[in-house]
Design a protein around this ligand. Structure first.
Ligand code: AMP
Ligand code: ZN
Length: 110
């Protein structure tokens, strides 16, 4: 997707502080962190919304959750973290490329 900011980050066309990458996901630092550690986990394949997830995406998301759990200590999140997916307007989703917020590095205030 040419006009998608996260597709451009995946492709390396927009710079990002990447913390992890494999064949199906990229994890990079959120540009406006809302926690001491705030990362975004993005599937390389473009899905605008969680509600568009097909069986292939669902299987990939399952693997992704397992990977996040395994990577957490090396990302500085060994003491715990919160995962958030914003879906659609009411949740304030601003980037229309499915992503998982990973927040931690401190006791979260809410
Ligand atoms: P959401 O509200 O769930 O769509 O969240 C989108 C997130 O992407 C926000 O937390 C933004 O700060 C973050 N973001 C937007 N552009 C960039 C970028 N170029 N690099 C890193 N994070 C970004
Ligand atoms: Zn995209």
């Amino acid at each position: 997707m040419k006009d998608c900011i996260f597709c451009n980050i995946v492709a390396g066309e927009i710079p990002a502080r990447k913390r992890y990458e494999d064949d199906e996901i990229v994890i990079f630092e959120d540009i406006e962190p809302k926690a001491k550690i705030h990362l975004l986990c993005v599937p390389k394949e473009h899905y605008a919304y969680l509600s568009e997830a097909d069986e292939i995406c669902a299987a990939s998301l399952g693997r992704t959750l397992k990977k996040i759990a395994a990577l957490a200590p090396s990302l500085g999140l060994g003491d715990g973290y919160r995962l958030v997916v914003n879906q659609g307007e009411n949740a304030g989703q601003t980037v229309k490329h499915l992503h998982i917020h990973i927040m931690g590095g401190e006791v979260l205030p809410f």
